[in-house]
Design a protein around this ligand. Sequence first.
Ligand code: BES
Ligand code: ZN
Ligand code: ZN
Length: 497
Amino acid sequence: MILPVLHDGPAAEVDADVLAVFVAKGEDGVQPGADATQLGETLGLDLAAECKALGCDGGAGSVARIPTRGGIAARLLLIVGLGSDPDVHALRKAAGTAARKTEKDGRLALVVPSDLVARADGPARAQAVAEGAGLGAYAYTAYRSKDHDQPSPSGLAIVPGLELSGELEAAVATAAVLVEVTCLARDLVNTPPAQKRPPQLAERIAELAREAGVAVTVLDTEALEEGRFGGILGVGRGSSAPPRLVELVYEPDQATGHVALIGKGITFDSGGLSLKPSGSMVTMKCDMSGAAAVAAAVLACERLQVKTKVTGLLALAENMPSGDATRVSDVLTHRDGTTVEVMNTDAEGRLVMADALAYAAESEPDAMIDVATLTGAQIVALGESISALMGTDDDLVAELEAAAEATGERLWRLPLPEDYADALKSSVADLKNIGRKGEAGTIVAGLFLKAFTAERPWAHLDIAGPAFSERDDGALVGKGGTGVPVRTLLRYLQSRG
Ligand code: BES
Ligand code: ZN
Ligand code: ZN
């Protein structure tokens, strides 16, 4: 991972291989801002004419590569389009495009446009450029054995393009932290499932927590039995690698409140005895994305000066079939005593989350937010880039919506109608773990979780689609783990003051 750093000095002198500047799309051709125009003048070029000749119209995703022939320190000038009505989201994306298009070119420097993005101040623009470049530059290289096969720029400098201020420096520093932990979540998701079975993943996260000064407790099989975590144990029992519950606690001095974050951490979801077809298993190393996001968020709290106490609970298990796996029609008893008849072992996420939610509620936090790749139905309803949001507390839901609006990680609220919970009635136990096939699967799963929240203020994010991308969007997100919704969780925690 390459983190953005702030450069102090004029753009023409920055020591980099590529200098990227942004342009908007105008009525006829590109519309360069003040900084781009000035660089053009330094190089003796009419930028608008140059872009036209090179087929760059300033639209989102369009670029032009212009050799500088010694006119400025960087050897290449990259013009990057923002589209016709640029906002910070367009700027973040365009910075990602710049990083992606220059991954083989060495060190990249990006000029924060001083005037092109209306309705945003300098620090917000600098943060968007730094975030976008850092996220776009990400590549998962842990298993590439050949050096030449290692994409991504080798440096990222953010050139202010405006007067350097403390606020601007803080904005780039914030972006660097957000990039670092989002990429950590991506790394965890991209790790092959044999290398992140629950005990190993728990240990990896515990080590990062110790380094970050976050208190960590790992509950092993014995502790889970002692604590009556029947859901986590029931899902994990088919695997030769036992389940774990990881508890992370960030507690600042004079904390202003307490938020619990709960993440689904199925390190591989084969479906269990209700085995998935092999095609549906291909992406199932991503089924711990909720836990990865929660861990990444808690690890960043101190550096982002979050004022609230934050508990992170990661419910880790591997869902496998075996001679001792949980059977269809078995009954599990959860942490809070609720019994559940398992009518489909592939609906395992809600079983591990039920225990973790019930446990979280015991400490009576002011808010509980869970994050889970819970249902394939979420992808049917909202697709691969909009997460489903549900919740029992309208203020909490609104705060999460506002946070997501700021980060560009899209989400959409679904209702939790009480009568839909009838589908979860069991003739044997308190509940069963599936509803009626093809009927509001995402909502019904949300209602199942709600039964374990002890009526605390609670919100639920189903990220089944957004957690993992099967396409490279050429800007912020490559193939694999996306790191959603790390930035939104952190924005929310910061906004709590
Ligand atoms: N991990 C899956 C959900 C999922 C699907 C995540 C696709 C990411 C991409 C979850 O455990 C699951 O299998 N859910 C079942 C529930 C059903 C059996 C009620 C599903 O959605 O099919
Ligand atoms: Zn499943
Ligand atoms: Zn799953």
